[in-house]
Design a protein around this ligand. Structure first.
Ligand SMILES: [Zn+2]
Length: 492
């Protein structure tokens, strides 16, 4: 009996090679002093210096060493050497296995700034900092595997009762023990604290938290924000029939709050991260309920398309991870009656087809999207819309072939099962193989021509389910509903 137990425990013990502890301290005047982080680490061998990793570039932001403050006064027996080009901090310490020192994380940019979202923000009343920018780890951790694991203990010390501590691992827990992957987990999360208001609900007994701060304008009440989060999460877990997520949180923070209309428009950044989703947005009279809901349904879908079903070739597979995510943003909003069938038709025509047809880059070959994705707004949009149109085409073909008993939804669920159970990544080949099973026909040529080479799909000539047809309006194809076919489209 004992022997069996031991065997079962071994793999768990093997997980935690990379162990480290942090203490994060509260101080008044946080903006001035920064967040003080104390690191405590026991090395395997005695040494008089240890190299730590601190990311100088994160999500398009560089020179992040500027937000790192090192004080020799606070570390009398330690000295430091910064090496930002290599993401390194060398810590010279008394010879031994134990390494103990502290640093501070400060906000290094001036407010208001409408666009900066991934640099540490540290104010007297709140902070939000990405994992990579808050916690440094011994360089050896990063070299221990391609995706190293980490066991980190975090103690939040001295934070007043009304200064909330919340992140993608727990809410209001002053002592956290986190076991996760380093890059896709521990570093790919947001840590917040301060005047956040925290709400929670559960889906099949699994908790979901909503953390929000600031006073939002234009009917962005906490009730509106939270109830739509609940709606989006429910619809997607129902769609995938996947209720496994043990903890999930959405964190919403305003970047710049302005009750006048001096800043024309809104700037919203949403990112799907480990165990959650974060959004930083301008808060002004342009807050739109519709764009909030669009972003929720889109970004939360990435939990599956992008996270659980992961691309093998990142940007080269964006036709899938962005295109199909976008397609299901509309289809799922329709499914849960967040939008009517007319609204669905309208937005698909306007936001997807029209915008794609008026995009001068729409015929760019897929391989070029990889190079120009981050440089050109027009190129960036191509995989979203090209992919969504392809998804719509494929959905129709499966409905037709199965005589309205199956749809793209079934293919997606099968794909999820396969990727999770067999630990495989999404490739064009894998996807085409599955599609062939549903269509009894190989669509590789169609895929090559329209998705990889980028030629327009002749929407007027293709076959569509009963009730749909395309017609040109000002040289742009538009989807028309000849008779209401909602039941057929959604296979109810
Ligand atoms: Zn997306």
């Amino acid at each position: 009996m004992k022997r069996i137990l031991l065997l079962l425990l071994l793999p768990l013990g093997a997980f935690s090679q990379n162990k480290i502890s942090y203490k994060v301290y509260y101080e008044e005047q946080l903006a001035n002093n920064g967040l003080k982080v104390e690191v405590s680490f026991i090395a395997k061998k005695a040494a008089d210096s240890t190299v730590f990793h601190y990311s100088n570039h994160v999500w398009g932001q560089d020179s992040l060493f500027k937000s790192l403050v090192l004080s020799e006064r606070e570390n009398p027996s330690v000295s430091f050497k910064k090496n930002p080009e290599k993401d390194e901090l060398i810590v010279y310490h008394p010879k031994g296995k134990k390494v103990l020192f502290s640093y501070r994380i400060k906000q290094d940019y001036k407010e208001p700034d409408y666009y900066i979202v991934s640099r540490p923000r540290v104010n007297d009343t709140f902070f939000y900092v990405l994992g990579q920018s808050l916690f440094m780890v011994p360089k050896a951790f990063t070299e221990s595997a391609e995706e190293p694991d980490i066991t980190a203990t975090i103690n939040w010390i001295g934070f007043p009762e009304n200064f909330k501590i919340h992140n993608m691992y727990a809410s209001q827990q002053k002592k956290q023990v986190i076991k996760d992957d380093l890059w896709t987990g521990f570093y790919n999360v947001l840590y917040v604290g301060g005047d956040y208001r925290i709400y929670n609900f559960s889906v099949k007994e699994k908790p979901v938290y909503f953390a929000v701060r600031g006073n939002w304008l234009n009917e962005y009440t906490d009730e509106f924000l939270s109830s739509n989060l609940q709606k989006a999460i429910l619809s997607q877990r129902d769609f995938w029939n996947d209720y496994n997520q043990p903890y999930f949180t959405f964190i919403l923070s305003p970047t710049v709050t302005q009750s006048d209309s001096l800043f024309k428009g809104s700037s919203i950044t949403g990112s799907s991260v480990r165990n959650g989703f974060m959004m930083m947005a301008t808060n002004n009279p342009f807050n739109s309920q519709n764009s909030y809901k669009y972003i929720l349904f889109h970004e939360l879908m990435h939990d599956w398309i992008g996270q659980r079903i992961r691309n093998k070739h990142e940007e080269l597979n964006y036709w899938f991870s962005e295109g199909f995510t976008d397609y299901y943003t509309y289809k799922n909003r329709l499914r849960v009656k967040d939008i009517s069938y007319d609204e669905w038709l309208n937005s698909f025509n306007k936001e997807v087809i029209e915008k794609h047809w008026s995009n001068p880059e729409r015929n760019i070959p897929n391989y070029k999207i990889k190079d120009d994705f981050w440089k050109s707004r027009n190129v960036e949009k191509v995989p979203y819309r090209r992919g969504a149109i392809f998804a719509f085409w494929l959905d129709n073909q499966i409905l037709l072939k199965s005589n309205y008993t199956k749809s793209l939804d079934d293919l997606m669920r099968e794909l999820l099962k396969k990727c999770v159970a067999e630990h495989v990544l999404l490739t064009d080949e894998l996807f085409l193989e599955l599609a062939t099973n549903y269509l009894d026909e190989d669509i590789s040529y169609f895929f090559q021509k329209h998705i990889l080479n980028g030629e327009d799909i002749d929407l007027l000539k293709e076959k569509w389910i009963e009730g749909f047809q395309f017609q040109f309006q000002d040289e742009i194809p538009q989807l028309q509903m000849i008779n209401n076919n909602e039941e057929k489209y959604l296979v109810r």
